[in-house]
Design a protein around this ligand. Structure first.
Ligand SMILES: O=C1O[C@H](COP(=O)(O)O)[C@@H](O)[C@H](O)[C@H]1O
Length: 254
């Protein structure tokens, strides 16, 4: 596992600017290498930060993007709790990504999270056009947030989904954060990605970031994210990075 690369910026706006540059470059490299860019979005505060500058970035070949969700709430696509709706409102409705390249939870299965997770795994396999039965898919980029409890995706502290080793998508029906039913990518998928990018701003999670980034505290699901070959990045504002002493922020350079 490589050491995380931690970047910190004076404010959330500058985090958004740097993330735009990072994603534009990751997209260009992936498209040059294999003709497309596969990216998984989280919900929560991440989509607004990720989309702020990206949605107007004319250098990005959005037609070659394949968009996935690192976790999703088991709700309809129009529900205010839907991560798909959030990413659609912030980014997808502003850029020319073909609708069939946005791989989202099946609305007909939102009342059965187990089936919804199995179906999402199948959709992922078809969209990525590769054999992900025996090994996890290698996304070009997975964008993650964290909760104050150290959860990432819908992998919550003390819940068995964190230890899942043989499924690439799983489900939870007793999420401590509502809504209770969700589907989520698992740690093996996160750790197979070419780039995993955590984005945390606002200062309220500075203690949690310290425990994850410096302490690798395995009680916190986000500390299990350690890509075997890919890069692990943290895009923070200074208020969130303030307690880091081991993995101190480095200068942001592409
Ligand atoms: O419930 C969720 O929470 C996390 C963190 O959200 P934030 O609003 O504190 O940034 C998010 O990453 C995840 O996708 C979402 O389903």
């Amino acid at each position: 596992m490589q050491q995380p690369k931690v970047y910190s910026f004076p404010n959330a706006d500058q985090v958004a600017q740097a993330l735009d540059k990072f994603l534009a470059q990751a997209s260009a490299e992936a498209i040059k290498q294999h003709g497309r860019f596969s990216v998984a979005f989280s919900g929560g505060s991440l989509p607004a930060t990720a989309a702020k500058y990206l949605k107007d970035n004319k250098s990005v070949d959005f037609g070659k993007w394949f968009v996935f969700f690192s976790d999703e709430r088991c709700v309809e696509h129009t529900d205010a709790e839907s991560n798909y709706k959030l990413v659609k409102d912030e980014l997808l409705s502003h850029v020319p990504i073909p609708d069939n390249q946005v791989i989202r939870i099946s609305e007909s299965l939102v009342n059965d999270s187990k089936l919804a997770a199995e179906d999402y795994d199948l959709q992922m396999s078809k969209a990525l056009g590769c054999d992900i039965v025996n090994q996890p898919p290698a996304f070009d980029c997975i964008l993650l947030g964290i909760g104050p409890d150290g959860h990432t995706c819908s992998l919550f502290p003390g819940h068995p989904q964190v230890e899942e080793k043989s499924k690439w998508v799983t489900f939870i029906d007793d999420s401590p954060k509502p809504p209770a039913s969700r589907i989520t990518l698992t740690i093996p998928v996160l750790n197979q990605a070419k780039n995993v990018v955590f984005v945390v701003t606002g200062g309220s999670k500075s203690d949690t970031v310290k425990l994850i980034v410096d302490g690798r505290d395995q009680a916190l699901p986000a500390a299990h994210v350690a890509p075997s070959e890919g890069g692990l990045y943290w895009f923070l504002d200074d208020a969130t990075a303030k307690y880091l002493t081991v993995n101190k922020p480095a200068e942001f350079k592409l």
